[in-house]
Write a protein that binds this ligand. Structure first.
Ligand code: BJW
Length: 247
């Protein structure tokens, strides 16, 4: 049983596992994306320079999949939005996911550290823009009106994740750190639990289908599907805050 002093702040890190039950594939599970395509080909700047069409096709397909009516937030996304609404302190969700399921569930304090599928950025003028359609070599940047310069607004291996200063500041001061549906293989996200432990003030909890690569670093690990574990954990956290408030 976890306890977090109210109204301390909470940081939640999410990974592909939280969106699995919404119908989106993870990366490293046996049926995941990396079983079908090579990381070096589609998730590195070198792969993009070698074959931009292949990389655009990979992200175009995922962008179309996200717009299908069947892909919707699941009870885990909804529970995190409830946590933000009802927790008396600050809640920040840091997601490695590029889907928009947290937003659709109602989470508003959210950082997409690996970018967003529904945005593109121009390699010339650099500004991220909302984008729901396919991208190809004839796509025109609406800002500088060049063609062939738009790329997915995502963070590939070797690139620097977004908003790291804001994330590290939140990790430093939080009272509870919860990691959900991430395998713990990709840095810097895999190192967040260590940063929190070194700051010495937060309880750390992992909620995952199975213990992750870094499970031993957490105070507590719960295993099972996110759609069950997360609503139960949020209910428990909010009830413990309500009890503390009544003492
Ligand atoms: C469920 C479930 C259910 C299933 N319920 N759970 C050597 C040592 C250490 C580090 C490095 C190194 N060499 C290079 C590095 C750095 C490198 C790195 O980490 N490499 C490692 C692979 C070794 N990292 C980088 O290059 C990053 N940049 C960087 O470090 O810059 C330097 C810097 C940092 C900080 C400040 C300043 C400078 C960039 C990483 C970019 C990652 N990009 C990707 C693709 C882009 C987006 C996209 O296409 O979607 O991001 S890779 C991919 O992995 C994607 C994900 O966000 C990321 C993490 O994957 P995730 O979410 O953990 O998914 P899975 O599939 O691995 O796990 C799913 C989990 O869910 C599993 O555990 C399941 O059990 C579970 N699950 N169903 C609950 N129903």
């Amino acid at each position: 049983m976890h306890q977090v002093s109210s109204p301390g702040s909470i940081v939640v890190l999410t990974g592909a596992g939280i969106s699995k039950e919404s119908g989106l594939d993870t990366f490293r599970d046996h049926d995941g994306l990396w079983a079908r395509v090579r990381i070096e080909d589609v998730a590195t700047p070198e792969g993009y320079r070698r074959n931009p069409q292949r990389v655009q096709a990979f992200y175009n397909a995922r962008r179309r999949e996200l717009s299908q009516g069947s892909v919707e937030p699941n009870p885990a996304h909804l529970a995190l939005a409830r946590l933000e609404r009802e927790w008396p302190g600050e809640v920040l969700v840091v997601t490695q996911n590029i889907d928009d399921l947290h937003e659709r569930a109602g989470t508003s304090r959210l950082i997409h550290m690996h970018g967003e599928l529904l945005k593109v950025r121009c390699e010339r003028c650099a500004r991220p823009l909302p984008w729901a359609a396919d991208i190809d070599e004839s796509s025109l940047c609406p800002e500088c009106e060049r063609t062939g310069t738009l790329r997915p607004h995502v963070v590939w291996f070797g690139e620097v994740p977004l908003e790291m200063d804001r994330i590290l500041a939140a990790l430093e001061k939080c009272s509870l750190f919860v990691s959900i549906g991430t395998s713990g293989h990709v840095y810097p996200a895999a190192g967040f639990v260590t940063a929190v432990r070194e700051a010495g003030r937060a309880r750390t909890v992992e909620l995952n289908l199975e213990p992750s690569h870094g499970a031993s670093l957490f105070h507590e690990v719960r295993t099972g599907p996110a759609s069950e574990l997360v609503p139960a954990f949020v209910e428990e956290t909010l009830s413990s805050a309500a009890q503390n408030a009544n003492l």
